[in-house]
Design a protein around this ligand. Sequence first.
Ligand code: FES
Length: 159
Amino acid sequence: MTTNPQKQSRLDPEPIARRDFLGLSALFATASTLLFALLGMLRLPKTAVLSSPAKKFPVVLPDSLAVGEAFIPTGRAVAIFRDDKGVHAVSTICTHLGCVVKNNPQGFECPCHGSRFSTDGTVTKGPAPQPLPWLKVTRSGDKWIVDEGATVAKGTKAT
Ligand code: FES
């Protein structure tokens, strides 16, 4: 009995046609592209705007709060200042695209596109088109009630 050297073993894989190989390669490349695009979309930055359950909230300012120093209540996009003329609050939501600005000794800086604001909300560097709005503050006993939904004219302070 003679053996055929061309005969394949049952363990050898079936040869794949060039056309099938190219088709599978294209399918794999397309699937990989879609997978990486999906991963990229999931990693897009989220807006930094904080959600707040109520627009009005009470604040007790610490006695140690110095003139010109911002008090930023936890979870709120508001900076509250106190001086000898009263108390005022400035929104910390950037007027460019709504990111929450960060407080620094010079005022505020937006982490998204680099806008800067002085402590009274004035734009000192764009692209922000408007100053940070001042928010309504009223006094209730030893607390200050800040209303994130109501703006007041710049310079309006509660006493
Ligand atoms: S969102 Fe603040 S500079 Fe663009």
